[in-house]
Design a protein around this ligand. Structure first.
Ligand code: AMP
Length: 288
């Protein structure tokens, strides 16, 4: 397994792969890897075959964090990440620092951004205003560097995958976007690097995101003609906030392709929610 920190070194390698017609699968991450990330690696390997190359990037991208968010304390575990990547059969770990990713003396001097202006406005985009601008910008940069044939994202970040797909379509990136299912802990909590923040009873309370998804499914499946989104939101907010450390940030029901909210929630609508459990902000989503 190769570990590359330098942008020019990665560019040289990607150029060589391009000349030799090597298939490249790409998994962008912020590190602190868990089985969810590793399932994306497995998927990338399936897609490019044993002779293809699987690149995993580890980069905690400062431009996708807002002021007051957890950028500086985001969990980092470099040695463990490398061990997991080796065991999972990753060919190249690309782990640049801010100077490599954001020209010269880092973020302050960077002035070109990629902005998706439709799907990125709602949900996470409404709660975290500059978040998707940071995501689309860094993913566009990574696509330009790695030049993958396919990039694998997790359904855990449903809106992110939708925004990236739109960016790829609108800007003609020659990459296929594959979205792999959300991996969960036994109690249903979606795996996330941020779960490490959950201490004591908060870990068990965090399963309320998954339980509220199941509650919504039951309600929708019981009703013949669908349920008012407003009423279902109120009901789930109460359900979630019965957990003492849980506070709902948002819960929305929408069309999965357009992310446009629905007034009546029926089967096939998509649910996404963000909940603070203590200071930890968790997200989840699922089709109903
Ligand atoms: P992150 O390191 O959190 O930026 O995530 C990197 C990639 O892993 C993104 O495409 C995420 O959607 C994906 N991912 C994160 N958690 C999970 C999970 N529990 N199951 C599947 N994919 C995940």
């Amino acid at each position: 397994m190769q570990i590359i920190a330098s942008v020019p070194a990665l560019q040289r390698l990607a150029q060589r792969w391009s000349r030799t017609g090597t298939r490249v699968g790409f998994v962008p991450t912020m590190g602190s890897l868990h089985d969810g990330h590793l399932s994306l690696v497995k998927r990338a390997r399936q897609l490019v075959g044993p002779r293809g190359k699987v690149v995993l990037s580890i980069y905690v991208n400062p431009t996708q964090f807002g002021p007051g968010e957890d950028f500086s304390r985001y969990p980092r575990d470099w040695e463990r990440d490398l061990r997991l990547c080796r065991a999972a059969g990753v060919d190249v770990v690309f782990a640049p620092d801010d100077r490599q990713m954001y020209a010269g003396d880092a973020v302050a001097r960077h002035s070109t951004y990629v902005v998706e202006e439709d799907l990125a406005r709602t949900l996470e985009g409404a709660s975290r205003p500059a978040h998707f601008r940071g995501v689309t910008t860094v993913v566009a940069k990574l696509f330009n560097l790695v030049r993958p044939e396919v990039a694998v994202f997790g359904a855990k970040d449903f809106q992110q995958a939708a925004v990236i797909r739109r960016m790829v379509r609108d800007l003609n990136f020659p990459v296929h976007i594959d979205v792999a299912p959300t991996l969960r802990e036994p109690d249903g909590l979606a795996m996330s690097s941020r779960n490490q923040y959950l201490r004591g009873s908060k870990r068990a309370q965090a399963a309320v995101l998954w339980r509220s998804i199941r509650e919504a499914r039951r309600a929708v499946r019981r009703s013949r003609r669908g349920i008012s989104a407003v009423r279902l939101k109120q009901r789930l907010k109460r359900f979630i906030e019965r957990e003492p450390a849980a506070r709902l940030d948002y819960i929305e029901f929408f069309e999965p392709d357009t992310l446009v909210p629905v007034a009546k929630v029926t089967r096939g609508a998509h649910l996404a929610l963000a909940v603070f459990v203590g200071k930890t902000r968790l997200i989840d989503n699922a089709p109903l």
